[in-house]
Design a protein around this ligand. Structure first.
Ligand SMILES: [Zn+2]
Length: 670
């Protein structure tokens, strides 16, 4: 190096740009200042090298240089400022979190990831004041490291004792400090691996609130080791790594790591011209799984998503939520994993939760850091897709929070002194097992799944996967599986391979298609027709379904890279919605779609039938105190309850606790 580093930094900082930045510091009363790394690099490669290899020393030179410049530009302010922190803009190259190791200790690095947890801002002691118990003199000790360091001896020359001392809280000096943890971006985790995370310590009031869980950030900082305390003061030989933050740079949450080359863009546009593009896309989703085309079609809509709308009073989500309910033997989990793998950003989780944070977020108390806020799967999947297997097994806290997360797409947190709102703009692809182990045809969806109707009604599409023997279908599946084995998988070659599909989806999601008048007319007609069909009071279809239809139609237009939603898109949306309503909403006794099943858990005719039975029981027990089951059945059938349903409905009333059986053959209202 030609010149002294401090002089070099002063040269860099004497430019117009930095003089303005220093003046701005004075105006805003800041104590931190940003130096662009590329300016250092342009000035002297060796100086830049020094910053990376020996950041503590070189940042001190930079800080001294900045202070000198400040006293030239803003003398008055410089006199008031105690210290000046130089923060570096991003480095030319980042280091993957996974690669941070021993060789980086003491070096300057830049890592990129998603913040998964944070503590509230806590005061960190920088200078500790200790009062000598003997002479009451106060000794100040600058602090470094993990633990509070006491003075070696009392500063009073007449005393000079080595203790005991008392820590004096209000004479010590503090800075704001926040502990954070970042984790690799979901899209950068190697397949099948557990995400790697890294602890950060952010010091300085200007970094307050610079990042919250769910934020995607680049962090410039110095790699440090810290040891956990061992009993009897021993130090373990392996040290924990963390990063002392120099700067936090927010990154937009779009999964932009998917770079699409001009050739790929051409390929994508070419594919979109195919009139059968939707069919090709559906066939490219989980290609080795046979059948269930309508479910794969729903997954296609979920991948592309609709257009979110910001109305003055309310935000309408564009994300499409899909729920699959089915027997354990079916292909749900495999499909979930496949969809995550082709999503530009996808997170796979289980309702049982793979982390303590669960699906939404949680506030925890850890011994070392105190209260921490940790982001759950839906926050990590912000701007992407979350696949939740066994959603019916989710934790009680998640059952409460998931409503807001699915509809408003945020996770509000107010617990343990932490108040925050985390973004969860994500589409949910969920799977649930039937409550009784197998899907029971005679029961409604709500009876079959252990999920409240309020959560079910948040799904745009719900499908039931049944594993019933069907000779024709079984033959086809068997042939398909056998051919897969015979051709060693070649026959499962999808029309669009996984990597291109991922880029196709990412590319298409930038298009915001608009409804054409024709498409609007189709949806309008369908809505009115369905409302008409439910004049007698049971709600066949609600505005909620209309919004779902719009989203699905928009997703279909996106899938063809169209800026307009056509009548054909609207028709397709109607068809798949009808299929879903059929799957869940058919009231088997009247064969009419009845969304009340999703909203209240019972189809209207079932509710009516239950009421008839209950009336009969009440009338009969008015006379004798109890009702004979045989009489209840015959009277209920006489009043129009289908004979084949009576036993099941009585059983349901018993299960709900509305009636009980005081003695065999007798019924009574509770
Ligand atoms: Zn003393």
């Amino acid at each position: 190096m030609q010149v002294d580093p401090q002089q070099a930094f002063e040269d860099i900082l004497s430019s117009q740009k930095y003089s303005e930045r220093l003046s701005l510091m004075a105006i805003k009363g800041l104590e931190a200042f940003t130096l662009d790394f590329e300016d250092v690099l342009a000035y002297d490669v060796e100086l830049a090298h020094g910053l990376v290899e020996n950041p503590d020393e070189f940042l001190r030179h930079a800080s001294n240089a900045a202070m000198r410049r400040l006293s030239m530009v803003e003398a008055e302010y410089a006199a008031q400022v105690k210290g000046l922190t130089v923060r570096l803009s991003q480095l030319p190259e980042g280091t993957p979190i996974r690669d941070i190791g021993a060789k980086h200790v003491g070096k300057l690095v830049m890592v990129e990831g998603i913040v998964v947890r944070s503590t509230p801002v806590q005061p960190l002691v920088v200078v500790a004041a200790f009062r000598c118990r003997a002479c009451t003199d106060v000794t100040r000790v600058p602090q470094e490291g993990e633990f509070l360091r006491q003075p070696y001896r009392c500063q009073n020359p007449d005393c000079g004792r080595t203790g005991p001392f008392d820590f004096v809280e209000n004479e010590s000096e503090y800075v704001d400090c926040q502990s954070l943890r970042i984790q690799e971006l979901p899209e950068e985790i190697p397949p099948g691996q557990i995400p790697t995370s890294l602890d950060l310590r952010a010091v300085g009031s200007d970094l307050r609130g610079a990042a919250r869980p769910g934020d995607h950030v680049r962090v410039v900082g110095i790699v440090r080791t810290s040891s956990t305390v061992m009993p009897k003061g021993g130090r373990p030989r392996t040290l924990k790594i963390h990063i002392d933050v120099n700067n936090i740079i927010p990154v937009s949450r779009e999964p932009e790591s998917l770079s699409i080359s001009p050739e790929e863009e051409a390929k994508i546009k070419e594919l979109a011209k195919d009139p059968c593009i939707h069919r090709k896309l559906v066939q490219s989703i989980a290609p080795s799984m046979y059948g269930n085309e309508h479910i794969r079609e729903a997954c296609m809509y979920l991948l592309f998503g609709g257009v979110p709308k910001r109305l003055p009073d309310i935000n309408v989500r564009g994300d499409i939520h899909v729920l699959l309910v089915g027997d354990p033997s079916t292909f749900k989990s495999q499909l979930l994993r496949y969809v995550v793998s082709v999503a530009p950003r996808g997170v796979y989780t289980s309702g049982r939760g793979t982390t303590a944070a669960g699906l939404t977020a949680s506030v925890m108390r850890t011994e070392r850091e105190g209260v921490t806020l940790e982001a759950g799967a839906m926050v990590l999947a912000d701007r992407g897709i979350v696949a939740i297997d066994e959603i019916d097994k989710m934790k009680p806290e998640d059952r409460v929070a998931i409503h807001t997360a699915m509809e408003q797409q945020v996770v509000p947190v107010a617990k343990g002194g932490i108040v925050a709102t985390l973004n969860a703009r994500t589409a949910v692809l969920a799977a649930a097992n039937p409550q009784f182990g197998r899907y029971v045809e005679q029961r409604t969806v709500v009876e079959n799944i252990d999920l409240p109707p309020t959560i079910l009604s948040r799904f745009d599409l719900i499908f039931i996967l049944r594993d019933v023997p069907d000779r024709e279908a079984d033959a086809k599946i068997s042939r398909h599986v056998l051919s897969l084995h015979r051709t060693r998988g070649a026959s499962a070659q999808p029309p669009i391979d996984q990597e291109l599909l991922r880029k196709y989806v990412a590319y298409a999601r930038n298009i915001n298609p608009v409804l054409t008048p024709e498409a609007e007319e189709r949806l309008h007609e369908f809505y009115l027709r369905m409302r008409e069909a439910s004049k007698d009071g049971s709600m066949a279809i609600t505005l909620r379904q209309l919004e779902s239809l719009i989203r699905i139609a928009e997703a279909r237009a996106r899938a063809a890279l169209r800026a307009e939603v056509t009548a054909e898109d609207a028709e397709a949306a109607i068809l798949i919605m009808q299929r879903s309503l059929q799957d869940v909403g058919i009231d088997t006794s009247t064969m009419r779609t009845d969304v009340d099943i999703i909203m209240t858990g019972k189809p209207k005719s079932v509710r009516e039938a239950l009421q008839v039975i209950l009336d009969v029981i009440l009338e009969l027990q008015r006379e004798t105190g109890v009702a004979e089951a045989v009489l209840v059945k015959s009277e209920a059938v006489r009043r129009g309850v289908p004979a084949e349903d009576v036993d099941r409905l009585i059983a349901q009333l018993k299960r709900e606790g509305t009636i009980f059986e005081p003695r065999p053959g007798l019924l009574k209202k509770t």
